[in-house]
Design a protein around this ligand. Structure first.
Ligand SMILES: [Zn+2]
Length: 429
């Protein structure tokens, strides 16, 4: 078979499998893998595993033994399927998370019905990202049904807990050496980033808690105490007046979307201090106040400078305000990641998008974070992207849906990328 014939046959096989890919997506939606707390993970892992077995994959299950969130009530079970080609390498790994965020209010459809209507598959997790898992499975399956033998291998994993950090999921598989550079050459994560966009990374995350400590005193004589909430107020004011404009003035060269997220940003997640406002009040000066911040930093900023800037601000306040005492605690640090420039994986997807959709792909980076970080930083696999079906803006929304046309187009693009990245064995060899 020449290349043109192989491409045509694989694309045709994807189209012929369209109904099965839709049905598989609906079946996954009907397993309510809501996180938190992490419901029905094992059921969904088995559903994916059984489907992979039917597609000639060798399947195994990895429970996140030793992780505190892996409990008898809510076991964290991941599934990995391997289909070895002529050789073990190159190996393309497709990773999708099967946990979904809670349905929330505002639905007109059954969030766990998996209903298909007017060319859309509805349900929580339809676009984020059960359709993506179906695209991965049926991309590999279409290659098999087209009678094409791969020179390298394909691996597909379904993992848990992406929505809560992925530590029992993709990170765990990476730590176990299963999602690792020693076995895999590149990774596609079919997250919903829009079907003509390739996501090459994400910004960094720094969650931290600032505690200000004052001195309790009688509320009728507040001058005899030190009010920790007022001190936090000074911190917040400095952040707004000094840090805010600085962050807004920084812009990354990485193509983060939407454009507003190309700047460094910070959000105040929560604040808590003094007496509980619903409780019985007593005349006391607040001696403690805590606030949690979500700072998104740019590749160009780096973590060290990001943290040093916060410490600098707090130390400035300490110089200016009498009796100011603070404590800074890191809650979570995620370093930014970026697929290497000139990555052959990106090029293969760009070609696939041109062939399938007849238009040019664009490269984007995510304002948030996803499992790319674990693949890169724990697994050591640099050639990793997110590419999959579904519209990014619909993720986590009521009446979430994924277009059937998107699902099929993304399946085609992924199939062509697998062909290119693993290579094919000419027939008769
Ligand atoms: Zn997702």
């Amino acid at each position: 078979m020449n290349t043109a014939t192989i491409t045509d046959r694989v694309l045709k096989a994807v189209e012929e499998a369209a109904d099965e890919a839709v049905a598989f997506t609906s079946a996954m939606i009907r397993v309510p893998t809501v996180n938190p707390p992490g419901d029905c993970y094992e059921d969904c892992a088995r559903l994916i595993g059984d489907t992979l077995k039917q597609c000639d994959f060798t399947v195994d299950y990895t429970a996140a033994e030793g992780r505190p969130e892996h409990t008898r009530q809510h076991p964290r079970v991941n599934v990995v399927g391997l289909r070895q080609g002529r050789h073990a390498r190159p190996l393309v790994h497709l990773n999708g998370h099967f946990d979904v965020v809670p349905a929330g209010a505002g639905w007109t459809m059954d969030p766990f019905g998996g209903e298909v209507k007017d060319g859309r598959i509805y349900g929580r997790g339809s676009c984020d990202m059960k359709a993506g898992i179906a695209a991965a499975v049926f991309a590999a399956e279409a290659i098999r049904r087209a009678g094409v033998e791969l020179a390298g291998s394909v691996e597909i994993s379904g993992t848990v807990d992406e929505e809560s950090g992925g530590f029992a999921g993709a990170a765990y598989l990476a730590q176990q050496g299963r999602l690792h550079a020693s076995r895999a050459d590149c990774v596609i994560i079919p997250e919903p980033l829009n079907v003509d966009r390739i996501c090459i990374g994400h910004r960094g995350v720094y969650w931290f808690q600032v505690t200000t400590s004052g001195r309790i005193g009688h509320g009728s004589m507040p001058f005899l105490g030190v009010n920790a909430i007022e001190h936090m107020g000074v911190v917040l004011d400095r952040m707004r007046r000094e840090l805010g404009p600085r962050l807004a003035g920084r812009m990354t060269q990485v193509p983060v979307v939407p454009p507003g997220a190309r700047h460094a940003t910070m959000n105040l997640n929560g604040i808590d201090g003094g007496q509980p406002v619903d409780g019985i009040q007593t005349p006391c000066v607040a001696d403690c106040c805590r606030a949690v911040f979500d700072r998104r930093f740019l590749l160009e900023e780096g973590f060290e400078a990001t943290k040093a800037e916060i410490i600098g601000l707090l130390d400035d306040v300490a110089r200016d305000v009498a009796d100011f005492r603070y404590d800074l605690r890191d809650l979570m640090v995620v370093h930014p990641v970026r697929t290497p420039e000139g990555s052959p994986l990106v090029a293969s997807l760009e070609r696939g998008i041109r062939t399938v959709l007849g238009r040019e792909a664009s490269q984007v980076a995510s304002p948030g974070t996803y499992d790319h970080k674990h693949v890169d930083r724990i697994g050591g696999i640099k050639h990793c992207v997110a590419y999959g079906p579904g519209i990014l803006d619909l993720a986590h929304q009521p009446d979430e849906w994924c277009g059937v046309d998107d699902l099929i187009n993304a399946t085609k693009v992924i199939a062509l990328s697998i062909l290119e990245m693993t290579g094919t064995v000419p027939t008769g060899e």
